[in-house]
Design a protein around this ligand. Structure first.
Ligand code: AP5
Ligand code: MG
Length: 216
């Protein structure tokens, strides 16, 4: 099973991905997490990516496509893959389809978490993330049991440097211009599933599991 998670910044992709992969045993491949890891390690890719990420712009297609296709040859992907944050442009979607076709595979479903634009900034500005397992929390809607500490692994929580209001607004602009056309790309292939992301986290998870359960 190859699944693509679609949704604006702050829609809840990372939040729902943890629940989905835990249920079906797939591997969670998040382009943003992979890029932040490269930045933290100071690799050549990380140094190049940082300048784009800090501005809220997309990292160039060629760099991201190479990074993801390398990740997808790892044997853990045989269990099934939940892609989060990739593809994000039509060029990325076409490169992914081409690479999968060459391996007799395909994207089975694209799952779109639909959230009204006006609540996304509030969600992102209250977000805290585990520095070890990347679980997202929210100061109001999903607080950790102990302030600053991850419930799951005890890691320290931090705020992403691209979660400032100005950068979030830029990321939203980029999303509507460059990524939202992917909804039509997958709709035309008849493999788009949509869930209402403007509900409690647990209710969104229930809906996601119900929708994905129908197509297993
Ligand atoms: P990336 O890391 O992918 O960020 P993003 O797409 O902007 O999405 P977010 O991670 O901000 O949102 P999310 O949907 O995961 O929300 P979350 O679950 O955390 O990308 C970062 C950057 O990397 C990009 O700007 C770009 O520069 C670069 N990049 C990455 N991929 C790339 C690519 N393919 N091509 C080029 N460049 C790329 O939830 C958000 C908050 O809301 C949390 O606090 C959470 O607790 C809370 N929340 C979640 N669900 C709910 C709910 N139902 N109710 C209330 N609160 C909720
Ligand atoms: Mg995320």
């Amino acid at each position: 099973m190859y699944l693509v998670l679609l949704g604006a910044p702050g829609a809840g992709k990372g939040t729902q991905a943890s629940a989905i992969v835990a249920k079906w045993g797939w591997v969670h491949v998040a382009s943003g997490d992979l890029l932040r890891n490269e930045v933290a390690k100071g690799t050549e890719l990380g140094i190049k990516a940082k300048t784009y990420m800090e501005k809220g712009a997309l990292v160039p297609d060629a760099l991201v496509i190479e990074m993801i296709l390398k990740r997808l040859v790892n044997p853990d992907t045989l269990k099934g893959v939940m892609l989060d944050g990739f593809p994000r442009t039509l060029t990325q979607a076409e490169a992914l389809d081409k690479a999968l076709t060459e391996q007799n595979k395909k994207i089975d479903w694209a799952l779109y978490i639909n959230v009204p634009a006006e609540i996304l900034v509030t969600r992102i500005s209250g977000r805290w993330i585990c520095s070890q397992c990347q679980t997202p929390y929210h100061a109001v809607s999903a607080p950790p049991k102990t302030a600053g500490i991850c419930d799951k692994c005890g890691g320290k929580l931090y705020q992403r440097s691209d979660d400032t209001e100005a950068t979030v607004r830029e990321r939203l602009k980029v999303y509507f211009a460059q990524t939202s056309p992917l909804l039509d790309y997958y709709r035309k292939k008849r493999n788009l599933i949509e869930v209402n992301g403007d509900q409690d986290i647990g209710k969104v998870t229930e809906d996601v599991i119900e929708e994905l359960g129908k197509v297993q």
